[in-house]
Design a protein. Structure first.
Length: 431
């Protein structure tokens, strides 16, 4: 490891410790590396521009963001809420169960945990608190935990980023996330049921079952979005990026023409917010690309692969060690940083040890989503607290049982790779 690289890492962590945005910290650290190593400083801009220009896959990110923002606007989320309430509201802890089911459905539309929590999650928190059966901390904890499902069920923005740094197939990554997302949903619902019985939380007043077909029909166009998305990809009609464009166009058609819930003024606000969010993600991706160039220049991935091969570590032991590391990093780093900066270090090791990259990618994304609800820097904790005024320590305290449920799901995915790989193999995956 060279002096230039050591200084680069010192600058990165020092700036991040002082609260500088992680993207800006990586760019400054990269410039320091280039300056100390005597390389052209223009390489930073060249790597960023060339990396983004050459990656058609990155275009999927802003398109999924647009789709999520449109779906969060107007009556689309209301119809989905009505459907979920009619479907599971009749069980113990009904409104909490509704939120988990809503997160599962919205995860097939947005691909973003933050979008789910800040949009429909805020609505379900208000519903739970107003009912008088749930504390604000519990309501916030349920929303935070269920929002982690968002990037696991396809589409998934973090999986797009993982595909960017690993060259794994986005289509098979999306398929690999379906069963894990359902396992996470079942685990959270089971934990909610147990807590509801323990606290004597009653079921909700919901429409009779005979009304369910009518309510389902009203929500059906919105429920069809993930079906259209996956059918386009696996039917060979679209690439994942083109499918993202179809998802955004479909959401716009639903909101503007079928449900008539979006005006020109609100559409302008949606596109403006989507542009800001896309720019934020774009600068992080760009900064990660130059940082990955530096890591490759230092030959760090190959050194790690050689080191682990020398230790004769089994694939399972490696997966367990890496996931413990990711869980610890998730307490202090955001998911995007881990996926774009840390994960590329371990991809060559996975190849050397014979670990399937689709399995590793899905497990990594699940791990990073758990990091969004772990203190002290869990992003979802800040988003929910800022949107609702609920204190973070209350969300953390009430969220511990849900965190345990998610960690159990993660352990199952690590120990039993077929939970991830079964569905991709049904569609021809040979990994």
């Amino acid at each position: 490891m060279s002096l230039a690289f050591l200084l680069c890492l010192m600058v990165l962590f020092l700036l991040a410790a002082f609260g500088a945005p992680i993207a800006h910290s990586m760019i400054v650290a990269a410039v320091v590396y280039l300056a100390v190593s005597g390389q052209d400083l223009g390489l930073a801009a060249e790597q960023i521009i060339q990396g983004i220009y050459d990656s058609f896959i990155i275009l999927a990110v802003p398109l999924f963001i647009v789709a999520a923002n449109i779906m969060n606007e107007g009556s689309i989320s209301d119809r989905l809420l009505d459907f979920c309430k009619a479907a599971v509201g009749r069980f113990r802890g009904g409104l909490a169960q509704v939120d988990i089911l809503v997160s599962l459905i919205f995860s097939g539309m947005s691909g973003s945990a933050i979008a789910d929590a800040a949009g429909v999650g805020k609505i379900t928190i208000n519903m739970m608190v107003k009912s008088g059966h749930y504390t604000p901390g519990f309501a916030g904890a349920v929303v935070a935990a269920s929002a982690t499902i968002g990037p696991i069920i396809p589409p998934s923005i973090p999986m797009v980023m993982y595909a960017l740094v690993s060259d794994a197939s986005i289509g098979y990554l999306f398929l690999g996330g379906v069963v894990p997302g359902l396992i996470m949903t079942a685990g959270l619902m089971a934990m909610t049921t147990w807590i509801a019985h323990k606290r004597h939380i009653p079921a909700e007043d919901v429409p009779p079952l005979r009304e369910l077909p009518r309510i389902t029909f009203r929500a059906l166009p919105a429920l069809l979005m993930p079906v259209i998305l996956l059918a386009g990809i696996y039917g060979g009609a679209t690439t994942p990026t083109e499918a993202a464009a179809v998802a955004a166009a479909y959401a716009l058609l639903l909101a503007a023409f079928l449900y008539r819930s979006v005006s020109l003024a609100s559409l302008r606000a949606i596109f403006s917010e989507s542009a800001r969010s896309s720019a934020s993600v774009g600068i992080i991706i760009g900064s990660a690309l130059i940082f990955n160039y530096i890591v490759a220049s230092e030959n760090v991935p190959n050194q790690l692969a050689t080191y682990f091969n020398g230790l004769d570590v089994s694939p399972l032991a490696f997966l367990l060690l890496v996931n413990v590391l990711f869980l610890l990093l998730g307490c202090i780093l955001d998911a995007t940083t881990i996926i774009l900066v840390i994960v590329p270090l371990f991809v060559p090791v996975c190849r050397a040890l014979g670990i399937d990259l689709v399995h590793f990618g899905v497990v990594t994304v699940v791990n990073c989503m758990i990091g969004l609800i772990t203190p002290p820097y869990g992003m979802l904790l800040f988003v929910i607290s800022g949107a609702t005024g609920i204190k973070i320590n209350a969300i953390v305290r009430e969220g511990m049982p849900f965190l345990i449920a998610l960690l159990c799901a993660l352990a199952a995915l690590i120990l039993f790779p077929e939970l991830v790989l079964w569905l991709p193999r049904q569609f021809g995956y040979q990994g």
